[in-house]
Design a protein around this ligand. Structure first.
Ligand code: C2E
Ligand code: CA
Ligand code: CA
Ligand code: CA
Length: 279
């Protein structure tokens, strides 16, 4: 018994080592990701449910590493957050998404809002609102075309300072949504003080609501809460017609998900989602 216990321990430490080696490899490879142009943004459409129109797109980062191949943001973003590299990566995301908005305007497409994801460390940077304002100005892009997505955890970790930061965004005309809503621990009293534009119902509820009454109740409660607070709602991760019908009947405002469009590179986004007549 002792022997097998030791083996199990050896296996465990081996796994831990393999894990920390991968983390180190990613951290190292990230150092050159920006210089080597290995990062790009894909865009996923968001549609309004009332008139089925394209209303915005979410920018999602992609990394094709020279040494590691494709690494998903689900894997490298948390590592970049721990190492502090997320601040530089986040600035790149801001600059690149604003440049893309400008390019789409110059190509004659109807102005489309782009939502970007912010990490906790970025949100803590005192200069963030200024940096965004300056980048928008340099590209002559109106602030109404950029939206910021914060997770519920970011917004609620230190609600008092979150209110200040979100107000600063609001003052320069940026709309804010709360991502992954329902998975964190929102204080309802703070939620009503945040000038937040939209709640994104977390995918896990959308995925489970068809088979699970409790999940359905949560989705329906979030939509009702948002309405009372004057916020819009978007359901993310919608993959089936059944889910689409359900969120429509619950009065959700917008939808995002594989059913209506995957995240794709900008040229594919143009082909699929900008109609030819308007070009
Ligand atoms: P998120 O912000 O919650 O983004 C939604 C994720 O769900 C994306 O995964 C998207 O590709 C995926 N998704 C969209 N529709 C569906 C669907 O119908 N079904 C399923 N199963 N998935 C769907 P992705 O692109 O792998 O990104 C994962 C996470 O990485 C994001 O979750 C976000 O937290 C983070 N992330 C991505 N880009 C950035 C970025 O530029 N900055 C920061 N800080 N985080 C980012
Ligand atoms: Ca998001
Ligand atoms: Ca989300
Ligand atoms: Ca998420």
């Amino acid at each position: 018994a002792k022997q097998s216990g030791r083996n199990r321990f050896a296996m465990f430490t081996q796994e831990m080592q393999a894990h920390s080696t991968r983390v180190l490899l990613i951290e190292n490879a990230l150092h050159s990701a920006l210089e080597n142009n290995e990062l790009s943004l894909h865009y996923q459409p968001q549609f309004s449910l009332s008139d089925k129109k394209l209303v915005a797109s979410e920018a999602l980062i992609r990394w094709n590493s020279h040494s590691l191949g494709r690494v998903s943001p689900g894997e490298f973003i948390p590592i970049a957050e721990d190492s502090g590299q997320i601040v530089a990566i986040g600035e790149w995301v801001i600059t690149e998404s604003i440049r893309q908005i400008r390019e789409w305007i110059d190509l004659g497409y109807p102005p489309l809002k782009v939502a970007i994801n912010l990490s906790y460390a970025q949100f803590q940077e005192p200069d963030l609102a200024n940096f965004i304002a300056q980048t928008l100005e340099a590209c002559r892009v109106p602030s109404s075309l950029l939206e910021l997505e914060l997770t519920e955890r970011i917004a609620m970790d230190d609600p008092e300072s979150a209110i200040e930061v979100i107000n600063a965004f609001h003052d320069i005309g940026l709309e804010t949504s709360i991502d992954d809503f329902g998975t964190g621990y929102s204080s309802l009293s703070y939620l009503q003080k945040l000038p937040v534009y939209k709640l994104k119902v977390d995918q896990s509820f959308v995925r489970n609501m068809i088979n699970d009454e409790n999940n359905l109740s949560i989705v329906s409660a979030i939509i009702a809460l948002a309405k009372k607070l004057g916020m819009r709602t978007i359901a993310e991760g919608v993959e089936t017609q059944e889910q689409l019908d359900k969120i429509t009947s619950l009065g959700c405002d917008e939808v995002q998900g594989y059913l209506l469009g995957h995240p794709v590179p900008p040229d594919e986004f143009e082909q699929h989602h900008f109609s030819n007549e308007s070009h």
